[in-house]
Design a binder for this molecule. Structure first.
Ligand code: SAM
Length: 374
């Protein structure tokens, strides 16, 4: 690829990475983990990479809730080239570690540590806790490099931490998830729903190593015309397909879907009837051309009385209860023997067939599931 194209791509990716998460969206998700298990963060070190406290609500949330969650330590690092890092804040400027030559080119580290009596240490930047007391995160100095999460120094912080929580750069989602799972850490990270279908991501979901969180953030703060982040401002962009990827347990994933039988759905679900009539000319669950498996266009229409393989939309994962269904593969990859055994398409094997078709027409992205045998 020509050099100018590469730099254009890098610039575009960098721009697409500058979306900042709102406090309430972080609180709703993290509180759901805490509600499910009050000890989930107790005595744990949380690392928020890509997150300077001056502009990151991740750092702000964990500093604010440090005592309530029972955290041992909060570490947050910033990336030198992020829009948020441009502003020189008092927290950095008033610190003995401040170095004007490093401000724009080096990542920064901030830490907050419990002092053993349930209180947090004091420093320069105030974050008011729920109880009204003050928890403070300290500027602990500059990183050797720019704060790239893949660097040895941020990786060493990953290794020190128990849980990694952030909204990583969208353009590096695959690398970020690999970085977190390679470190064998618990995590909750924001990403695009489309990542479910990635070859590197789907097997983790199928094997129960990653699942979706409980909420869907829609609004993200974007840099203003001067390239600065104003977390209180109105520079917000809406997204319809963002979710949390996590391996922290929560109550929603243990609530089985309440489902009706095939006959009840076909009789009473108007949306389903309309869809089947329009697309296939018959009000019945169609079988794929290439799999002996049925097509389910809407999660709520999964029949309670079908024991075979079913193809469901990606949004099923929002409601997936592992005690109720097993994930058997995606239409593209990571197919179980059960899926392979119902393959009846024209390719040599199911693994070589990346589509599901009905009457010769390709369906939307599908995940294969099967009712768990009790
Ligand atoms: C989607 S934004 C989210 C920022 C913040 N975590 C939040 O949610 O408010 C991702 C951030 O990662 C930064 N970033 C980009 N590449 C990075 C890298 N290689 N290492 C660390 N951070 C990076 C971007 O500059 C951007 O600020």
């Amino acid at each position: 690829m020509a050099k100018s194209n590469v730099s254009l791509r890098v610039a575009r990716n960098a721009k697409n990475d500058e979306f900042y998460t709102r406090y309430e969206d972080i609180a709703r998700e993290i509180d759901a983990y805490y509600e499910y298990d009050h000890d989930v963060f107790r005595d744990k070190t949380v690392l928020c990479p890509c997150d300077d406290p001056e502009w990151s609500n991740f750092t702000r949330y964990f500093a604010t809730n440090f005592q309530r969650l029972g955290l041992k330590k909060l570490i947050s690092t910033s990336y030198a080239y992020s829009a948020g890092s441009r502003r020189l804040t008092l927290c950095e400027k008033d610190s003995p570690y401040y170095d004007a030559d490093k401000h724009a080119t080096h990542g920064k580290v901030f830490t907050l540590t419990g002092n053993g009596d349930g209180n947090t240490t004091t420093g320069t930047d105030d974050t008011t806790t729920r109880s009204g007391s003050t928890a403070t995160i300290e500027f602990s100095g500059y990183l050797e490099g720019d704060g790239d999460f893949r660097s040895d120094e941020v990786t060493a912080l990953r290794d020190e931490a128990d849980i990694i929580i952030t909204n990583p750069p969208f353009s590096l989602f695959r690398d970020f998830l690999r970085w977190v799972t390679d470190g064998n850490k618990q995590f909750a990270i924001i990403g695009n729903m489309n990542a479910i279908t990635y070859k590197e991501v789907f097997p983790l979901i199928r094997n129960g190593k990653v699942w979706l969180g409980t909420t869907k953030p829609h609004d993200f703060v974007i840099p203003n015309d001067n390239g600065l982040i104003d977390m209180n401002g109105n520079d917000v962009r809406k997204f319809g397909n963002i979710c949390w990827y996590t391996d922290i347990d929560h109550g929603q994933r243990h609530k089985p879907l309440q489902l009706m039988t095939m006959e009840q759905n076909l009789e009473s679900n108007k949306r389903l009837r309309r869809r089947f009539e329009r697309d296939y000319g018959k009000i019945e669950y169609p079988h794929y051309d290439n799999y002996d498996a049925i097509e389910i266009p809407f999660t709520e229409c999964i029949p309670s009385d079908y024991d075979g393989i079913m193809g469901v939309p990606l949004t099923f994962l929002d409601k997936h209860c592992p005690e109720q269904f097993t994930i058997e593969g995606s239409q593209r990859w990571d197919k179980s023997d059960a899926v392979r055994s119902v393959y009846c398409g024209s390719k040599e094997t199911a693994d070589k067939d990346l589509k599901t078709t009905i009457h010769g027409r390709e369906t939307y992205d599908r995940i294969f599931i099967r009712k768990r045998r009790l």
